[in-house]
Design a protein around this ligand. Structure first.
Ligand code: MG
Length: 385
């Protein structure tokens, strides 16, 4: 059997490293064709060596220069275009898209044009340009496979079911590290506190998004676009233990769930081998040890990001693109200590209110909405000074 050739975009991040961990367990079935990252050239060099990779890409030019010196036999692409170039050069069987932010969109589109299957961990492209990505995937006749644990859960529950039979999706949320904080406590939260997530180890952007529940808002978009459902069919339920990764309610009232220990390597493995199930050595769920599973409705007062995401989704046009960009900017400012935790939803809401929407039919429309948002927020910051 030919080994599946995999290109990992975002190889040095949390999902990228765990993807390599999974690939390392199946050397006869899977092969790393290439690795791409933003700037961590030292880790990328070690990964390239370990997996005998021939091509790599680094967005940061200085980091790419360092890598060229350190690994002269490696073919290296650089700059933002380097991500698309490595996709086109390698033409892999599967692209794992695990870059953070909208930067992941152009290489995903390049992969779809080449008719490569894409395993998506990167949510922002589906938030900002969901229609664009799914239309391109359908046109190419390729698979978009979810890596996000909740979306993978829905995908697994839907195997053998008809999408018309779905009444709703119950999307579970851990509630983040501040699930029980009051509004006053939330406004005092620091970046350092927010970076401590109780169950999942992730990069800084998605960790903050988890704390504000914007991450859950983004997952609503993932479900909408990956499975072709309506926003109204997706309901969020808070489930602190992160054991039930999501549920699907069918038209006869039956509710299907996917459960497992919170370990990203399971949804990653499912995406890499889909539709095959492979035996593994990952830990097993012990329900008696877990004891109880709890569920609660989310609180939109304390976590307005969820409502903002739902509203932007229902309003459509360029609103989701603006939602995504405003969140990227606000989270970056929060991480730098420039704004408070509750300023994140406040700035996003203000930006959405000021936005004059237009339709997003191509990459340049998406870029225009993204740029408008960054300019608008840059101006509000300048006005505050
Ligand atoms: Mg998730």
């Amino acid at each position: 059997m030919e080994r599946k050739r995999i290109l990992i975009l975002g190889a040095t991040g949390s999902i990228g490293q765990q993807t390599l961990d999974v690939i390392g367990n199946y050397p006869n079935q899977l092969q790393v064709a290439g690795l791409a990252a933003n700037s961590n050239w030292e880790l990328l060099a070690r990964q390239a060596e370990q997996f005998q990779v021939e091509a790599a890409a680094l967005v940061n030019e200085e980091a790419a220069r360092q890598l060229r010196d350190a690994a002269p036999r490696l073919k290296i692409y650089s700059g933002a275009e380097g991500l698309q170039e490595i996709v086109r050069e390698l033409n892999p069987d599967l692209v794992v898209a695990a870059i953070s932010g909208l930067a992941g969109l152009p290489p995903i589109m390049a992969a779809l044009e080449l008719r490569c299957d894409v395993a998506l961990a990167n949510k922002e492209p589906l938030v900002a340009a969901g229609q664009l990505v799914t239309t391109a995937a359908n046109r190419a006749g390729v698979r978009l496979l979810p890596i996000d644990s909740e979306i993978s859960a829905v995908f697994q529950c839907l195997q053998g079911e008809k999408i018309e039979d779905v009444e709703k999706v119950l999307l579970t949320a851990s509630g983040g590290p501040f699930a029980n904080y009051t509004k006053a406590q939330l406004s005092e939260v620091t970046a350092e506190q927010a970076l401590h997530h109780p169950t999942w180890q992730m990069g800084p952007k998605v960790t903050i998004d988890s704390a504000t529940l914007m991450n859950k808002g983004f997952e609503i978009f993932e479900i909408k676009w990956m499975f072709g459902l309506e926003f109204e069919q997706i309901e969020v339920v808070v489930h602190h233990q992160s054991i039930v990764h999501s549920l699907v309610q069918l038209r006869d009232g039956s509710v299907l769930a996917q459960l497992g220990r919170p370990d990203m390597r399971l949804p990653i493995q499912y995406a890499l081998f889909y539709p095959e199930r492979m035996a593994n050595q990952l830990g097993r769920l012990d329900l008696a040890e877990v004891g109880s599973l709890t569920f609660a409705a989310p609180d939109p007062e304390r976590f307005p990001c969820l409502r903002l995401a739902q509203e932007a989704g229902r309003s459509g046009q360029s609103y989701p693109t603006v939602l995504n960009a405003a969140d990227e900017v606000a989270v970056a400012w929060f991480l730098l200590g420039k704004i408070g935790f509750m300023d994140i939803p406040r700035l996003i809401e203000q930006t959405l209110e000021e936005h004059e929407p237009f339709s997003v039919n191509n990459l340049s429309d998406a870029t225009a909405a993204d740029q408008w948002t960054r300019d608008f927020l840059g101006q509000t910051a300048a006005d505050r000074r």
